[in-house]
Design a binder for this molecule. Structure first.
Ligand SMILES: NC(=O)NCCC(=O)O
Length: 383
């Protein structure tokens, strides 16, 4: 079986392990079990009709005496590109809008309050090609672009916060950015969060296209909680997650595009570790499928030129501050993950483990300030 056909770790464990062993393996691998969420029949049928996976889970928190529960529903969407990569740009974008429209309608049936899409969801992940045309034509204004207008309509229609990661063009100087637009459930653009760290690895030649973000670690106060967006490669930077959390993020989304050969063993660990370390929920989202490009490109590794990037392995999941996580969506198909969570869990776990309270941040800040100076001498004791 090729890596593109292997559906998921969870499915494989379930079909090969005896029930009693499976329970222990899951406890150790995934933490406290997330219960399955009952989703409305109409949503299940619509997902079947539109050929995407629909999964729902629920994280529990303790009932407190002084605070009512803060239960909300989050939806993560993963999908493949709809049209071939050489179809006209506007046709490709329209086809993606239409696909997202179908999936978000189901998210609304499931009562989702905040939905987040994958990184640069309106386009193929063409940065591997190093060609500018036609890929830069997918870039749009974060405030006025067609995609933002489309998402504003979804947000208003379904009373849902929409996190829409796109390739952004800032018209004044034609600067491109990799940006998540955050649209409030009222339909207004609440703001945007630009990708802070640009990969310089493998075929992810993204610095050819857009600049390092300048929006810092903005947190957005929505009706359903305080959210932040740490785009893709930023998940390898613990301090990036940390700064969103220092600004008060209760949920940090990580819309991504990454391939199996490169990052799959790291995928289940990084966002989950960030949830644990920062006492918050984290949401890892990856696209699916293999995208083919007309022109061949090389990966600068001495191997032959090729037309595709490798397999984007989906596997989107949500992790909770207690270290538990949902099973992932499939590695191979489009999907919607609906997760019911109580934001009170963040403070409950903080009170239990106290990582924020025990962090020696002033000391780290002082040492870091010295460590980034050119005259820095590492503190090493030698015999
Ligand atoms: N899109 C992106 O930043 N990908 C880089 C590779 C990775 O972080 O796994």
């Amino acid at each position: 079986m090729s890596s593109c056909e292997f559906e998921s770790l969870e499915k494989s464990l379930e079909s090969h392990l005896p029930e009693s062993e499976l329970r222990e393996v899951k406890r150790i691998l995934f933490g406290k079990e997330t219960q399955k969420l009952d989703l409305p029949e109409c949503a299940v049928e619509a997902a079947l009709e539109h050929s995407f996976e629909l999964k729902g889970y629920r994280f529990e928190a303790a009932q407190e005496q002084l605070r009512p529960p803060r239960r909300i529903r989050v939806g993560l969407v993963q999908h493949r590109t709809v049209l071939p990569t050489d179809a006209p740009v506007l046709d490709q974008v329209a086809a993606m809008h239409s696909r997202i429209g179908e999936i978000v309608e189901v998210a609304a049936m499931c009562g989702v309050n905040i939905v987040c899409f994958q990184e640069t969801w309106t386009m193929p992940f063409a940065f591997c090609t190093r060609e500018k045309e036609p890929w830069t034509e997918f870039a749009e204004s974060a405030e006025e672009g067609n995609t933002t207008r489309f998402c504003q309509e979804l947000a208003k229609k379904y009373n849902m916060v929409v996190v829409s990661p796109i390739l952004e063009r800032e018209d004044l100087h034609n600067t491109l950015w990799n940006t998540a637009v955050v649209i409030s459930n009222s339909g207004t653009v609440l703001g945007k969060s630009r990708k802070n760290h640009i990969p310089r690895i493998g075929d992810f030649n993204e610095s050819t296209y857009y600049m390092e973000g300048d929006s810092g670690h903005t947190v957005f106060q929505t009706q359903f909680g305080k959210i932040a967006v740490n785009i893709c490669y930023g998940r390898h930077h613990p301090l990036n997650w940390f700064m969103y959390s220092m600004n008060g993020a209760e949920i940090i989304f990580n819309p991504s595009a990454t391939v199996g050969a490169l990052s799959e063993p790291m995928w289940p660990i990084e966002a989950r570790n960030a949830a644990i370390a920062n006492h918050c929920f984290t949401c890892a989202i990856n696209r699916v499928g293999t995208e083919h490009f007309k022109s061949e490109f090389t990966s600068g590794d001495g191997k032959k030129a090729h037309h595709d990037f490798g397999h984007f392995y989906g596997s989107s999941y949500i992790a909770a501050p207690d270290g538990s996580r949902t099973p992932g969506l499939s590695r191979t198909s489009d999907g919607l993950l609906v997760v019911d969570l109580d934001l009170n869990l963040n403070r409950q776990i903080s009170d239990k483990w106290s990582f924020k309270m025990t962090g020696r941040y002033a000391e780290y800040a002082e040492e870091l300030t010295k460590a980034v100076r050119p005259d820095f001498k590492p503190k090493i004791v030698k015999e």
